[in-house]
Design a protein around this ligand. Sequence first.
Ligand SMILES: Cc1cc2nc3c(=O)[nH]c(=O)nc-3n(C[C@H](O)[C@H](O)[C@H](O)COP(=O)(O)OP(=O)(O)OC[C@H]3O[C@@H](n4cnc5c(N)ncnc54)[C@H](O)[C@@H]3O)c2cc1C
Length: 423
Amino acid sequence: MNQKFDVIVIGAGISGLSTAMHVKEENPDLSIVVLDKQHTYGQGNTGKSAAGYRDIFKTEVNRKLASSSIEFFKSIQKSKGFDIGMHSSGYLFLVRDQSPMDLMLNDLSRITKIESVDKDEIRDSLNISYDLDPEQSKLMNLQGYDKGYLGKNCGIIEPELVADYYYKECVRRGIQFNFGVTVSGLSLVPVNPLDYPGEPFIWQDKKIGSIGTNKGTYQADEYIMAADVYTTGLLDKTGIDGHERPKKRQVFQITNEKIRSMLTREIHTNEGIMPFTILPSHGVFLRPAPKFHSMWIGVADDLARDFSFSEDPQAEHDFYENSIYQILTAYSGNFENAELTGSWAGYYSYNTADMTPNIFREVNLTVISGTSGSGIMKGDAIGRVASAVYSGKDKVKLYNNIEFNVADVGVNHRNVKMEQLIL
Ligand SMILES: Cc1cc2nc3c(=O)[nH]c(=O)nc-3n(C[C@H](O)[C@H](O)[C@H](O)COP(=O)(O)OP(=O)(O)OC[C@H]3O[C@@H](n4cnc5c(N)ncnc54)[C@H](O)[C@@H]3O)c2cc1C
């Protein structure tokens, strides 16, 4: 079977969905199909996300991508009345005075909505200790904290509901979805074929001519790659670099009576939910999951976490018990004997060069990669920028009317410094 469209999008995660919607919005007459190997949308890393959101990033590029997406998500929830489980419950960093994190967040507090929170207030509210047992601290490289920084334009969201929103908007606009379609590769063909065997030759201009799948060949004028950690593997044979590498990331869902009570301890908000909290050591995060009466725990461990990749990654319970549980209980008795009620694992698609998404074009292919653990909170802007890249535009207006220079997140004229706030 040979199927022809104007545009084929590979991947129905938030990046592919948002891009498909924005491309169609700009070009209503195009026939667009979104292909995904899963049985439905949002089943890749989008469905495995911890889905915290924040506009607190070191680089302006990432602040723009996140803040405009957050504003768009708020508009979905408020004016469009589509529940995406968004709660502005804040993002709390616990830091030592004069530490690099203290200096960075203090700087950022001049340009983003961040306020300082007294350590006693944090301890009294969340029961997270700032004075740790010295022996255990020495052994485990743990630090106490002198204050908290609370990001106010931050919180939690439900990624499957965000995906649901985009999917429905895509369908309403006439975009076709073919699920259960696994793309095996992209074929390069000459732009002006001569019908000689062995084409394309080195001296011929080339383009993507078709893609092979388990359901036959698909053809389009334009292709959009939004396959996240599968991007590099799918592009390898074309000679196009995906500029991303996978790192396994795990989430552990825990609960007990004290944790359930902790979930409700709002700090400087009226949400009745504790903030997404980053402990002072090793980047362990506490993500309130009130819908499940639980807390989701995770960490972006780097050294000793290899770049290997498997189709069906599993959470490692010994990693939870030997590494994470020990850290949690050093900070708070609330975690003693917490019940582990669920766990899962996925991957961050890391752009190891600067921890910022790549959105670039090569022949008739637009590539989105390297969302670097923040693809949900930047998801709407990523779709708008990818749509502009697809159309060959230099600039795009993001949702909050901020002008964005698309080449900044491209490959050839990239203009991004290393993002230091990837967690
Ligand atoms: C544990 C964890 C915690 C995270 N926490 C956060 C967070 O707090 N905040 C945040 O903003 N981000 C977070 N992220 C990152 C976020 O989830 C990703 O950046 C985002 O989901 C990427 O979306 P995507 O659409 O690019 O990729 P995906 O959602 O993975 O979508 C790619 C799609 O491509 C499909 N596909 C792949 N290969 C093929 C093929 N060969 N043929 C057909 N289809 C194919 C897949 O099935 C998949 O549906 C987290 C990620 C993980 C794993």
